[in-house]
Design a protein around this ligand. Structure first.
Ligand SMILES: [Zn+2]
Length: 314
């Protein structure tokens, strides 16, 4: 029987050589996703935990692959921010069950019900559970473009408050301000939510940790540039869209992956390599660590997005 270490080395060889590796990923790879708290855990359930990041700021870290089970109630990460007069929840999460759990924990921590929610982008795992937050009379916020994209999909509850399409929108919670910054790249409209006086950024799906990002709706050059601008600021805590709170090594690996994909796609598109061949030849550099994939076709989605943006034949 292989020890965990030799098994790990064996898997790294397989992983770096096979684009569809999650299909054959050992259980420990799935189980090791998002299991390392970076701050004090104040609440935990099989599908998520809540970490105290700073005074009045908590991160919701989802653990959808924990115990080898698919625990999708929240699925995405998010946050809780308390001010004197208001309580902001970052993200609407995947299901009413998941978001109701977040709202319940937020009440236990703060004695407050949500007064605001910000949706970082239109994907269902970040907004489908919005009703479960119990936003009776509260304000829900997204960009106009995100609202349009939600309306084109299956979402029935749409945010009402508007976040500016460019620059920053400030949400004042009373003594605590959340700065919502319009960006793009993971989708045509993404926002980050920053609590500047506490050095915390909720990144939405522009940033992932130890999970290969989903490029399905991506404009990849904007994603790379947004992350180069956003990440690696000294003393800042980053809550990614998926995975553990990102330390500096995790940020390096993630940026390295985005930049490696950019170089590979640009090289292959310029050389006229067709999409299937480019995908088959791509290997995640072993130096960047292991990235779990939700689906076996995530490398293909990345190259497809790049080829689309570069005007190469797909
Ligand atoms: Zn997303």
């Amino acid at each position: 029987m292989l020890t965990e270490n030799s098994s790990r080395r064996h898997f790294m060889r397989i992983a770096s050589g096979c684009a569809g590796y999650l299909a054959t990923a050992p259980l420990w790879v799935r189980q090791s996703f998002a299991i390392r708290p970076q701050a004090t855990v104040v609440a935990e359930t099989p599908f998520a935990r809540i970490e105290a990041l700073a005074d009045g700021v908590w991160g919701v870290i989802s653990t959808p692959l924990r115990d080898g089970e698919r625990q999708f109630a929240t699925t995405s990460n998010g946050g809780i921010v308390q001010g004197r007069d208001g309580l902001l929840i970052v993200e609407g999460f995947m299901s009413d069950e998941g978001s109701a759990w977040v709202a319940e924990q937020a009440f236990a921590l703060t004695g407050m019900r949500p007064t605001h929610v910000v949706l970082t982008h239109f994907h269902g795992d970040h907004c489908r559970g919005i009703a479960g937050l119990g936003l009776d009379g509260a304000a829900s916020h997204a960009t106009a473009r995100t609202r349009e994209l939600m309306a084109e999909g299956e979402e029935t509850i749409l945010p009402e408050g508007e976040i500016a399409a460019n620059g920053d929108t400030t949400i004042d919670l009373g003594g605590t301000q959340a700065t919502v910054t319009a960006r793009m790249g993971h989708t045509p409209s993404d926002v980050t939510v920053e609590i500047r006086d506490r050095n915390i950024v909720f990144c939405g799906d522009l940033v992932w940790n130890e999970m290969f990002p989903n490029f399905t709706h991506s404009i990849p050059s904007h994603m790379v540039r947004a992350c180069e601008q956003l990440l690696r600021r000294d003393g800042v805590t980053y809550v990614p869209g998926h995975g553990d709170v990102a330390d500096m090594a995790a940020q390096d690996n993630y940026l390295g992956l985005l930049q490696d994909l950019e170089r590979a796609a640009q090289r292959d598109a310029a050389a006229g390599v067709d999409l299937a061949a480019a995908v088959a030849a791509y290997e995640v550099p072993a130096s960047l660590g292991t990235f779990v994939q939700f689906g076996a076709d995530y490398v293909e989605r990345a190259f497809r997005a790049w080829y689309r943006e570069l005007g190469a034949a797909v």
